[in-house]
Design a protein around this ligand. Structure first.
Ligand SMILES: [Zn+2]
Length: 154
């Protein structure tokens, strides 16, 4: 049997600043980590990551009990005070830009609407579970050429 030991300062960490729900699309992963650090001072390891294809799509489709439970643990057991919900343009879980724009020509506006609905679902769920009400921060990710732009959605 082979064992590998990795040094880490995190072995006694139990609380986090935030929870972050996002799509597992790898085009956004690194820049999202940098964004959280740059704009909020939240380092990797200081948030509970909840990565699923399509992010909040599954919550809206009613298939994301485990994702909602993840948010519950983050704000309950781990004392997180913020929940970030990231959606991105050209999301494959929605069929990509091609499918989305067949139904809604303004893809960004479509995703802003999705994010607002996800926020309501998360708040309703946490309220039902009698958990603290976190600040929910909605972020839409725009893919550029060698860059990602992060838009806060009100
Ligand atoms: Zn996606």
């Amino acid at each position: 049997m082979t064992h590998t030991t990795i040094k880490t300062p995190d072995t006694s960490v139990h609380n986090v600043t935030a929870c972050a729900l996002f799509c597992q699309d790898p085009r956004f992963l690194r820049s999202r980590i940098d964004y959280l650090k740059q704009e909020y001072g939240i380092e990797y390891g200081d948030f509970d990551p909840l990565a699923v294809p399509g992010s909040g799509k599954w919550i809206l489709d009613g298939n994301a009990d485990v994702v909602l439970y993840g948010a519950e643990v983050a704000v309950g057991l781990h004392s997180g005070e913020k929940v970030f919900v990231f959606h991105h343009m050209d999301c494959g879980a929605y069929g990509g830009s091609t499918e989305i724009t067949k139904q809604q020509p303004d893809e960004a506006e479509f995703q802003r609407g999705q994010l607002r609905q996800v926020r309501t679902k998360i708040l309703d769920y946490l309220s039902e579970k009698k958990k603290a009400t976190p600040e929910i921060i909605l972020v839409l990710e725009h893919l550029g050429d060698g860059e990602v732009t992060y838009e806060i959605v009100e």
